[in-house]
Design a protein around this ligand. Structure first.
Ligand SMILES: Nc1ncnc2c1ncn2[C@@H]1O[C@H](COP(=O)(O)OP(=O)(O)OP(=O)(O)O)[C@@H](O)[C@H]1O
Ligand SMILES: [Mg+2]
Length: 155
């Protein structure tokens, strides 16, 4: 996975692989940010990407944390020294910074664990200074194609 580049995927499986490659980069390069901010419309593939991403660290089943707003996956195996948990947020229902406080968002950020969040369009004011931005876009034409842009943002 190259940071600061675009990848085109043609299936759910390829998008999962893309997530797994980014996770591997983050696990192996301690200079990269520990926060991944996901952008993209409803049903574009954010949770799919995170399934592959979290799978590098944890055998836990990844589901959308739509109601709980945050899921934690306990890490084990090769990269368990990198992060104790992976925290997976869904910001779709976040309406204010109070909501972020009530889910403990800033505590998770301070934990030093790897965090990945869906719907970062809605919490741009609360992103950490440095993060990896992942944007997924549909294309016109093939309904199974996605453009995945990955950039490291050093603020
Ligand atoms: N190339 C692709 N990559 C990812 N998903 C794809 C691709 N092609 C088709 N899909 C389909 O798109 C859907 C993506 O769903 P997913 O739950 O990952 O989206 P999401 O962005 O998390 O949605 P939400 O905004 O509701 O959280 C799945 O039904 C998946 O099968
Ligand atoms: Mg989702």
């Amino acid at each position: 996975m190259n940071i600061n580049k675009e990848t085109v995927t043609s299936s759910e499986r390829e998008t999962e692989n893309c997530g797994a490659l980014l996770a591997q980069r983050i696990a192996e390069d301690k200079t990269l940010p520990r926060f991944v901010a996901m952008y993209g419309d409803l049903g574009v593939g954010k949770t799919t990407f995170i399934r592959g991403f979290a799978g590098i660290f944890s055998p836990a089943i990844v589901r959308s944390p739509t109601f709980t707003l945050v899921n934690s996956y306990r890490c084990s195996g090769e990269y368990s020294d990198v992060s104790k948990y992976i925290y997976h947020f869904d910001m779709y229902r976040i309406q204010s910074e109070d909501d972020l406080y009530s889910i403990g968002y800033y505590d998770y950020l301070d934990s030093g664990c790897v965090c990945i969040a869906e719907w970062c369009e809605l919490i741009e004011y609360a992103l950490p200074q440095n993060y990896i931005k992942v944007e997924i876009l549909k294309t016109t034409g093939d309904p199974d194609k996605r453009i995945i842009k990955v950039n490291s943002i050093m603020g």
